[in-house]
Design a protein around this ligand. Sequence first.
Ligand code: NAD
Length: 358
Amino acid sequence: MTKTLLLLPGDGIGPEVTAQTVRIIERLNAEAGLDLATETALFGGAAIDATGVPIEEATIARAQAADAVLMGAVGGPQWAATAFDVRPEAGLLKLRGAMNVFANLRPALCFPALADASTLKRELIEGLDIMFVRELVGGVYFGSPRGIEDIGGGKRRGFNTQSYTTDEIVRVARVGFELARARTGRLCSVEKANVMESGLLWREEVTKLGASDYPDVQLSHMYADNCAMQLVRAPKQFDVIVTDNLFGDILSDAAAMLTGSLGMLPSAALGEAGRPGLYEPIHGSAPDIAGQGIANPCASILSFAMALRSSLGRPDLAERVEGAVAATLEAGYRTADLAGGTQRVGTAAMADAVLERL
Ligand code: NAD
């Protein structure tokens, strides 16, 4: 049955890298039995210029009706001064909320050919393969009350609320357990149960879920500050890490950078089973290189591979795409953001090399 992918190329290098992923889709449709229809809609600054808002309601409805959504990137200096609620980034938060994608999967994977591109020693990151599961629609970024209030004497107080319910913890922990079960069977849950009640609840609920539904998964717990230290000391000790929105934001960025370039890193945001996932490179719109044809398309291509695995029911093709990217790096092809290699190429030529190996 034909599946549908909504493309939201966005701004800056977003359309440039998304166009290369479309070439991969066309090839898989033509030669590998993928039956995927694509639609495209305006998003971010491009949508603001055309419609006055970063995402139209009709686009949100199309996203909810699709099997998966692939984003490029949004934002840029030309929209940085617009009101907060009509900035490109506001459209992204609105889309995530409307799709209720509560589990953010961010792999930190070291391609063998890029082992020397890391800031850590080769032996620490060679073979690294961590999957972060970050809670995406709750916690301190969303909790209320929040605000800045006057406390007299010319002084103010800024405050946010960290809050998690049993249901919010269990649904994201379940994603972590399922992934761990499909990988090496190890899950590390990260919080600050020593100093935060929400962290204590997190630990208790994850422990309970593990004992009742996932006795085969080896569950460990770690405080977030220790996890930060362990990620740069001995990152290969981790397989799947599940954590809240705030700690996940920070720790997954640190882990991602261990592997080299922003231009290589995909992500997925998943909701309830059967609902569409939202896939996007973790990089932004890179205004400094937009329009030059030099952006690395691999993060977008690998985000599509995650969609093949988690929303489109084709894990076999996900492996083929990931294998083709790895083989392209092995063959020495590098965009400007990647060190080493033997052949410097632009955006389209990098995708040509991936297509050749697909
Ligand atoms: P950025 O990720 O756009 O760029 C950071 C640096 O990495 C730049 O030097 C850029 O040239 C480089 N880079 C990024 N992706 C690359 C690629 N695929 N190939 C080669 N080099 C690449 O972050 P920024 O400069 O802080 O932000 C620029 C704009 O993007 C801002 O408006 C920001 O709000 C937005 N942004 C959007 C998203 C998103 O859409 N999810 C994420 C982050 C930033």
